[in-house]
Design a protein around this ligand. Structure first.
Ligand code: 6PG
Length: 248
């Protein structure tokens, strides 16, 4: 069952996400000496990343134990304007003392299938042979109901909906964008201890309602595939994105 938390605007949402990040990071670091997080891409998380880079938050995090991965990546070079790595590096990673070896970039600059294999190998190195259990996976959602790079109508979502056994990481061609992506599959996302959706803005409101309160139709709304097996599923939404939700 998802927990849905509403905030007055995108800044309040980012602050709530930063507080949750700090809380999860501190407890994981105390318990296991490390915190594994998969960052989301797109534009929404930038406000969160910028906040985490401010003195208040950055000085409260033991960055030596933070291990950063990504939920997905575009098939572009790391310096490309569309790179999820570049966005996170510009707004956070280059501004905090995180060791370089703790940053596990998806190699967007190479063939998507090769990048998926290389990233899966990096996951195996870090998590061992078991399905990776991230402490936190951040996700966004497009107004078409996609999350990570699980887009409606794509081959990977078709396989997910059919219940096919998938690898941990998959290349996925996105017809409407005419581009390849590399994405974690639900095998990994739904194994996480905490999955946190950050969704803001009025353009997402109808999709948020459909995903959270409408019929289960994951082929059309892949965000509905996100159902952590044991972990917590939390949606942080601002009032605009929550506008059509029934009063809770
Ligand atoms: C990506 C993201 C993607 C994103 C949504 C929402 O690589 O684009 O992983 O799933 O979270 O598209 O993007 P916005 O935050 O820009 O609306």
């Amino acid at each position: 069952m998802a927990s849905v938390r509403k905030y007055s605007n995108a800044n309040a949402l980012a602050r709530a996400a930063a507080d949750l990040f700090l809380d999860l990071c501190s407890s994981a670091t105390q318990e296991r000496g490390r915190f594994s997080v998969a960052l989301s891409g797109g534009s929404t998380p930038a406000a969160l990343f910028r906040l985490l880079a401010t003195e208040n938050y950055a000085s409260s995090i033991d960055w030596s134990g933070v291990h950063v991965f990504w939920g997905d990546e575009r098939n572009v070079a790391p310096e490309h304007i569309n790179s999820n790595y570049r966005m996170a590096n510009d707004t956070l990673l280059r501004l905090v003392p995180i060791p370089g070896q703790n940053i596990n970039r998806i190699l967007g600059e190479i063939h998507a299938g090769e990048a998926a294999k290389a990233y899966e190998a990096a996951l195996r190195d870090f998590f061992g042979g078991e399905v990776p259990q991230f402490d936190l996976i951040l996700l966004g959602m497009g107004d078409d109901g996609h999350t990570a790079s699980l887009f409606p109508g794509s081959v990977v979502v078709g396989k997910e909906v059919a219940g096919n056994q998938l690898d941990w990481v998959a290349p996925n061609y996105v017809e409407k964008l005419g581009t390849w992506r590399i994405t974690l599959t639900t095998c990994v996302i739904n194994a996480a201890a905490n999955v946190l959706f950050l969704v803001s803005g009025s353009t997402k409101a109808e999709t948020v309602r459909s995903v959270l309160e409408g019929p289960y139709q994951p082929a059309t709304l892949p965000a509905q595939l996100i159902k952590p097996k044991q972990g917590r599923l939390i949606w942080l939404v601002d009032e605009q994105a929550a506008a059509y939700l029934s009063a809770r």
